[in-house]
Design a protein around this ligand. Structure first.
Ligand code: TNX
Length: 509
């Protein structure tokens, strides 16, 4: 009897623990406004239909695919309105803007309204989080599938919320990249920055300079086989991301971080001698040859071919840690390269060192420093450049969580979940206020990151912290509530088979 009572009370405690955060209070990033509608539930059933406005069918089909896997329901998608799940492109509160949505849950169904497909997609990611965690399963589960009565109005604080993956230090296959895209989409990340070249590897085929990929891509940190994307594979990644309303920003890092290119073509070197391939982790030792004309024919070819397969508006040209390029050469180089990007119809992003050349205001410097003041970035903001914020001591997913974390680096300090969460992008850098900030990015450099499990361990749960910092209004910023909501994501990640870091700062459900 005692044993039985013990079992009963343990079970009760467990179910109470799980009930501690209701789904409606566990959405990450926290929405602008959430009202619970008491005593109302919509149950997803075998009879549920999905209705999509013209222009919303792609979003509706993707939602249907996701929900069919775990429910086993047919969930037919049709045009028009009616009961069930309805995706509408008219009638939304104007406050939703280009990326936001309204989501209403009544007994008869779920209505998502937005003024764009991107907004509807964001709404469907919230809907996933309102359903039980097992909705993320890849095989059929038993219901029920309740969605709690709710009225949600939601839109982002910053237009740009990105994740960066370094596929140069270690190569990741298209499947691994796609899985990461799935994981970040759930948290309303809308850009994926792919760091595609560095000293250790060149990861995209450029037809006019094929040895970049075939030779420059043939190894990685530690000496493994590396790899590269064919243009077809790259386009497939871009399309997969686009279907999830994520725009790919490809980066070719220059003039430093270029050993893989220099090793592939002797003529790119000032001394006409190709260095060996590099598999270590030092930085700052390589530079394209600034005085040579062939350097700019090379850059022109690379940017032209990359722009042709990149539908998004941005190309990132790196520009960081050019310690083997003189300041004068750096300026000469950037002043020749910035017009090349513009010529091919793209806007330039660059690491924040690019601010030193007084770039045109359309150029976006990406702040990666560890201090709260930077003169050239402040001056760029004053001239009108918008800044992307990824301070290394807050947003770098490759820093260790603490001294006992196996993976990661430490140069910017340890970054526990609370550190990743507790900073304000609109007030972090002196002279760079809210209106000068384009958004936030969480970069994952891969010197120590080898597998998709490694990616997941470093990104979760810090990526959702950066996502909330970028999406949610500062008035809703609250660590104690965030950690509760984050804890409620744990069962979802378990169902998805994700290798997340079980930080002791978070009350995992
Ligand atoms: C600095 S941050 C770098 C990268 C390294 C990273 C490791 C930046 C723009 N450059 O080359 O991978 O630190 O954390």
């Amino acid at each position: 009897l005692t044993a039985l009572a013990l079992v009963a009370s343990t079970t009760l405690a467990a179910s109470q623990a799980q009930a501690a955060v209701a789904p409606i209070d566990s959405v990450v990033p926290v929405p602008v406004s959430v009202q619970s509608v008491p005593n109302v539930t919509y149950n997803l059933t075998s009879g549920t239909q999905i209705r999509a406005a013209a222009g919303a069918t792609d979003v509706a089909n993707l939602l249907a695919t996701t929900l069919r896997r775990s429910t086993g329901f047919a969930l037919p998608v049709s045009q028009g309105t009616g009961d069930g799940i309805s995706l509408q492109l008219s009638g939304a509160d104007p406050q939703v803007g280009q990326q936001g949505y309204q989501l209403d849950v009544a007994a008869s169904g779920v209505t998502i309204k937005a003024s764009s497909a991107a907004g509807l997609f964001a709404g469907t990611q919230t809907l996933r989080q309102l359903l039980p965690a097992k909705i993320e399963a890849s095989s059929v589960q038993t219901g029920p599938w309740p969605v709690p009565g709710a009225r949600i109005l939601d839109y982002p604080r910053f237009a740009h919320r990105s994740a960066m993956l370094d596929v140069a230090r270690h190569f990741f296959t298209p499947d691994v990249v796609k899985r990461y895209i799935d994981e970040i989409a759930l948290y309303k990340i809308n850009y994926l920055h792919l760091h595609m070249s560095d000293d250790q590897g060149w990861r995209i085929m450029i037809d006019s300079w094929p040895r970049l990929a075939t030779y420059g891509g043939s190894t990685q940190v530690g000496g493994g086989p590396g790899g590269y994307y064919t243009k077809a594979q790259y386009s497939d990644i871009v399309a997969y991301a686009a279907a999830r309303h994520i725009t790919v920003i490809p980066e070719i890092d220059m003039p430093g971080h270029t050993n893989a290119a220099l090793a592939s073509y002797a003529e790119l070197n000032c001394n006409n001698t190709a260095p060996p391939l590099y598999t270590g982790t030092n930085v700052g030792f390589s530079s394209l040859c600034v005085p040579k004309d062939v350097t700019y024919r090379f850059v022109d070819d690379v940017i032209r071919e990359l722009a042709a397969v990149t539908p998004g508006p941005y190309i990132h040209i790196g520009g960081d840690e050019a310690q083997s390029t003189s300041d004068a050469d750096y300026r000469t180089f950037m002043n020749r390269v910035l017009p090349i990007v513009a010529k091919y119809g793209k806007q330039t992003m660059g690491w924040h060192e690019i601010a030193k050349v007084n770039p045109p205001t359309g150029v976006v410097p990406q702040y990666w420093g560890t201090t709260t003041s930077n003169t050239s970035v402040r001056d760029a903001a004053a001239r009108g450049n918008k800044i992307l914020m990824s301070p290394a001591n807050k947003a770098y997913l490759d820093m260790k969580y603490n001294s006992s974390t196996r993976l990661g680096l430490t140069w910017a300090g340890y970054i526990e979940v609370r550190t990743a969460y507790d900073w304000n992008p609109g007030a972090h850098l002196s002279g760079v206020g809210e209106s000068a900030v384009r958004g936030v990015e969480a970069p994952l450099w891969s010197e120590t990151i080898v597998t998709r499990q490694d990616i997941e361990y470093m990104a979760f749960p810090r990526l959702p912290a950066i996502a909330e910092v970028g999406w949610s209004p500062w008035s809703k910023h609250n660590w104690d509530q965030f950690r509760q909501r984050l804890g409620a994501q744990g069962p979802r990640w378990t169902v998805m088979g994700m290798n997340y870091y079980r930080s002791t700062q978070v009350p995992w459900a």
